[in-house]
Design a protein around this ligand. Structure first.
Ligand code: MSP
Length: 511
């Protein structure tokens, strides 16, 4: 039986258009989902939209429309981005859906009945931008940091979730489950946070302050706090409360950015689950940020790259390649259009694109449009096969360990190896000779290039699904849905039709 593999992205805030950071997280998760499918797993891949909260309510008020209208528009935008990027998600959750509201209410009621939630008066400082109470301790040089926006003093009754009683358990869990947070160094951020005593979490907002949220089942004057609502999406979509849940849960990976590991994912979420008696997710995969002039690319910084512009100009696969090649998962990366252009031109258009069109061109001219038979094995063939052997033996483990940038580097080193091979064998020169040995070398070189290209694109498939599939078809290879056997040299391409010359990466007009 195939193994279930449940992977999620964070759900995006419905308070602005998608940017490069959102697009990256989806691409990263999609690559893992596609890779796991090729490994034979039964994948469930979830992404979605986080629609409640003050910011959404405020932007709806400013626009003079009901909040759901703002959400519907943004849901269409974010889902449009997913399809433009060829994201293979199996589900798209919106926190305004009934299935989700029902689960949030159910777990709130459960926790309330168990005495994990209590009501108390609270007097404190409130940050509208972060939608949370903040403490004096968080001041820097006597001032509230910029990220809090306007901070006001308020007194109100609210509901609190007993986080503090789980602090020791959580510290212990993070320390013992060493593989829970990837990269490992991020566990230290969580443990650092847990060095201070945990305050209980305020999980409600009075309706007079915030209406746009899920009403508490035990007090209709309140809605629930946005993180409590948002985190629950992961179990809603796994079918919490139904038989399906036991099959899907625990999630294998929650893929998130480093800004939302601590406290929401590494503190609130495990404690919520523990209090409910639900298993913890197996892993958090924490990626870094796309930066623009050294700062996090975000709606509030204003300095954002619209992924749709790049996709429109260069295609989804070029975008997917670039973000995956440049970002070492877990670290930050600076975006620049010059870097994008240079990767596009040198790796994709020159090294890969030209190689394919060269082969197809020669295949039509010298081999009647069919893959010939490799008849000899000389030094150039041996060298190329050895290079492939070294490349292939590393690829799966690089993918399993999220070292996608390195995997792509290795694959493109192999692509350069094929180009070198072509220069060495120079089939265009061999074609001019009538000698039988040159003709055999000509056939061998074309067959070798076709097989090498087939191999080169196998592991590009999760990263560049469309282009890889196209190249595979152009060199006469069959499509596959399992990796098994695909990385071995020696498929039988002889006699298969080679495609007509194709331009895979057109040179764009620079805008
Ligand atoms: N709604 C919350 C997440 C709730 S998950 C239960 C949220 N939304 S967000 O729209 O602000 O961010 C969504 C994801 O995009 C987060 O994982 C965040 O880290 C990621 N990114 C947002 N900007 C980013 C960059 N500049 N670079 C890379 N990813 C970043 O947080």
């Amino acid at each position: 039986m195939s193994k279930k593999f449940y992977i999620t992205t964070a759900i995006d805030y419905a308070n602005g258009s998608p940017h490069l950071g959102h697009a990256y997280e989806k691409v990263l998760t999609d690559i893992i989902a596609r890779f796991r499918r090729l490994m034979g797993d039964e994948v469930k891949f979830l992404t979605g939209l986080d629609e409640h909260g003050q910011k959404v309510q405020m932007s709806a008020e400013q626009a003079g429309v009901p909040p759901i209208e703002v959400c519907d528009r943004l849901a269409a935008e974010f889902q449009g981005l997913c399809s433009a990027l060829n994201i293979s998600n199996d589900d798209y959750i919106r926190t305004t859906q009934d299935r989700h509201k029902a689960v949030v209410r159910e777990i709130l009621q459960k926790l309330y009945d168990k005495g994990e939630i209590y009501k108390a008066d609270y007097n404190g400082y409130y940050s509208v931008r972060q939608e949370q109470f903040v403490t004096e301790k968080e001041k820097v040089d006597g001032k509230w940091p910029e990220i809090f926006g306007e901070v006001t003093e308020v007194t109100e009754s609210n509901y609190f979730f007993k986080l503090s009683q789980y602090q020791d358990w959580l510290v212990d869990t993070i320390k013992t489950k060493e593989q829970m947070i990837y990269p490992r160094f991020r566990s230290a951020d969580a443990l650092q946070f847990l060095k201070e005593p945990l305050n209980d979490l305020c999980i409600s907002r009075p309706k007079e302050r915030l209406e746009w949220g899920i009403e508490l089942p035990f007090d209709q004057d309140f809605v629930t706090y946005v993180w409590f609502d948002a985190l629950t999406n992961y179990i809603t979509a796994a079918g919490y409360g139904t038989d399906e849940f036991n099959q899907q849960w625990p999630a294998d990976y929650h893929v998130i950015g480093k800004d939302i590991l601590v406290p929401p994912h590494a503190v609130y979420w495990p404690i919520m689950l523990k209090a409910l008696g639900i298993d913890l997710p197996k892993h958090f995969l924490v990626h870094g940020w796309w930066l623009s002039s050294g700062n996090k690319m975000s709606k509030s910084s204003g300095d954002v790259v619209n992924p749709l512009d790049l996709i429109e100009q260069f295609g989804a696969d070029a975008f997917r390649y670039f973000v995956t090649r440049e970002m070492n998962v877990g670290q930050d990366s600076e975006f620049s259009i010059d870097l994008f252009m240079s990767r596009y031109n040198s790796d994709l258009a020159n090294d890969l694109g030209n190689l394919v069109s060269r082969l197809l061109n020669m295949g039509q001219r010298y081999a009647g449009g069919k893959v010939p038979t490799a008849e000899v094995e000389g030094a150039p063939e041996k060298e190329l096969k050895a290079l492939w052997k070294d490349t292939a033996k590393e690829l799966i483990s690089l993918f399993e360990n999220f070292q996608f940038h390195k995997a792509l580097e290795r694959i493109f080193t192999f692509v350069s190896g094929i180009n070198r091979y072509a220069e060495t064998r120079a089939p265009w020169k061999l074609a001019k000779s009538e000698e039988a040995v040159d003709q055999a070398a000509l056939r061998t070189s074309l067959a070798t290039m076709a097989e090498a290209l087939r191999l080169a694109v196998v592991m590009l498939t999760p990263v560049m699904p469309e282009i890889s599939d196209k190249i595979r078809g152009l060199v006469g290879a069959e499509s596959f849905d399992r990796l098994e056997g695909q990385l071995e040299w020696g498929s039988k391409l002889e006699g298969k039709a080679l495609g007509e010359k194709a331009i895979l990466f057109p040179r764009p007009e620079r805008k």
